[in-house]
Design a protein around this ligand. Structure first.
Ligand SMILES: Nc1ncnc2c1ncn2[C@@H]1O[C@H](COP(=O)(O)OP(=O)(O)O)[C@@H](O)[C@H]1O
Ligand SMILES: [Mg+2]
Length: 207
């Protein structure tokens, strides 16, 4: 968790879903502007709470070729599994991770409404069948917030976590960044937020 920069409100929420992952429904949605850590955190999180992790990109051909049911079958059956290193190294460890599998579907916002809605029942079904957690990752913009990006049927079935860094978080996030990367200029950070991708690139460049 230390590698991430999250304002306290978000950090608390994320620590909560790590601790209580067994109590969550089978579908999470990480949403926010590009460059706030959704994809990176989803992989970190998935390995913490699930024994096997698979990552899919909703832009891939798989997603425009066939029906949601077929895609979910493919997801169930295909490899593309990133086995957790700890589990591999120590198969007899007392593994208390809540989920057997986690499927991350990145860039879910690129599916049309019709395509999204085809998932609504099957996501829940597959989640129950396989004891699997789905994480849908959704990029939003100011013009296209979450409720204009996901259909209401999908929205009502997932637990949404907002990764956005809002104006009122800027001071706190700037403080956290400067504590870690004192060489970054406060003015530069505030001008560049909420895009942490850019800020981190610059931090690497200067370090
Ligand atoms: N909250 C964060 N804490 C630390 N680094 C971050 C954070 N958000 C983004 N980054 C940096 O930006 C890069 C892109 O992040 P990514 O997870 O792909 O963002 P998103 O999926 O929200 O567009 C990461 O490799 C990381 O270096
Ligand atoms: Mg991403």
């Amino acid at each position: 968790m230390e590698q991430f920069i999250f304002h306290a409100e978000l950090k608390n929420k994320l620590e909560f879903i790590i601790e209580k992952s067994h109590k969550l429904g089978g579908v999470l949605c990480f949403h926010g502007l590009p460059g706030c850590g959704k994809t990176t955190f989803s992989e970190y999180y998935a390995h913490k709470v699930a024994k096997e992790v698979s990552v899919f990109d909703a832009n891939s051909h798989l997603f425009d070729r066939t029906s949601a049911a077929n895609i979910l079958n493919t997801i169930k059956e295909t490899g593309n599994i990133v086995l957790d290193e700890d589990a591999e190294n120590n198969p007899h460890s007392n593994d208390n991770r809540a989920w057997d599998r986690c499927f991350i579907i990145d860039e879910f916002h690129n599916l049309s409404e019709k395509r999204q809605d085809a998932y609504k029942v099957s996501l829940e079904k597959v989640s129950k069948e396989l004891n699997a957690l789905f994480i849908l990752i959704v990029n939003t913009t100011r013009e296209r917030p979450l409720n204009k990006t996901l259909t209401s049927a999908i929205l009502s079935r997932c637990q949404a976590i907002d990764f956005d860094i809002k104006k009122h978080h800027f001071d706190e996030v700037t403080y956290l960044i400067r504590r870690k990367y004192p060489m970054l200029d406060e003015k530069y950070i505030k001008q560049t937020l909420p895009d942490l991708r850019q800020v981190m690139k610059r931090a690497k460049l200067l370090s």
